[in-house]
Design a protein around this ligand. Sequence first.
Ligand code: GDP
Ligand code: MG
Length: 307
Amino acid sequence: MFKGDPRAMGRLISLVEDGAPALGPVMHDLYVRTGHVYSVGVTGAPGAGKSTLTERLIAEIRRHEERVGVLAIDPSSPFSGGALLGDRVRMQAHATDPGVFIRSMATRGHLGGLSLATFEAMHVLEAAGFDVTLVETVGVGQAEVEIADACDTTVVVVNPGWGDAIQTAKAGLMEIADVFVVNKADRPGVRETTQELTRMLELAEADWKPEIVQTTATKSEGIEELWTAVEKHRARQEETGRLESRRRTRTQREIKRIVAERYRRRVEEELAPLLSEMTHEVAARRIDPYEAAGLLMDALEKDAQVM
Ligand SMILES: Nc1nc2c(ncn2[C@@H]2O[C@H](COP(=O)(O)OP(=O)(O)O)[C@@H](O)[C@H]2O)c(=O)[nH]1
Ligand SMILES: [Mg+2]
């Protein structure tokens, strides 16, 4: 279809960003081509070095002669801050390599939108026949954490310094990490942060103990070790069947999200007057929000019967 055509991929991802309804019919053609790509999420606090690491990982993956698609996801607009612009400049080193496709994605913050758009954009890359996809997300909110968790291997990036491991735990990133990276290893406190992470991981009951890799992304140090850790996690998941069950869980989550999103849209678009009436009733404490939701769902069902 559009194998190797970056412009077609770019167009499709733009459709995804806009939440275009036209995507529905295209999705089937896309989806039947997916399932052969290994996806790696790179997440962590802003400034942790995710983009720098991603750029270095691209080089490492290319060394293995694998094709790589990259999604850099920022919930805010790409034009609002300097960070993504900087990313783009840095990533230009790969701009002429046909084995690399990089795309920054801005997703409007509407409920379900961020996650759904990301799933869809990932399908675009999968269908394009890359061997690996890298998805950079800022691990700050629940939605972002969910995106990170939507990959086959999730890499969580932290920095040296007391408390960073604790912040990581608070952000809910501890549970989703398959590999930990202590990046900026050229700075003091690497050993302490690594020890702190180790201690926290010992407390967690998990069937997979994430490896902790130290990197200095700016000097390309530890990148090979990081990729080896990712491959190790991949091999282990393939052996145990965990990869398949993980992907199935993800598919189920995606379906549920689409259903929820469709209902939400219908309520907004078809039942706007009833929704505002219900809001009024709830605000006046005449009914509770559950009753309001029930009435809205009844109305949707009645609509469906008429159609
Ligand atoms: N000292 C040091 N700085 C780094 C390292 N990796 C990234 N940085 C710097 O940290 C800043 C944020 O990096 P960036 O990759 O944009 O972080 P992101 O927001 O997580 O994507 C940039 O100025 C990088 O040059 C590292 O290993 N050591
Ligand atoms: Mg970044």
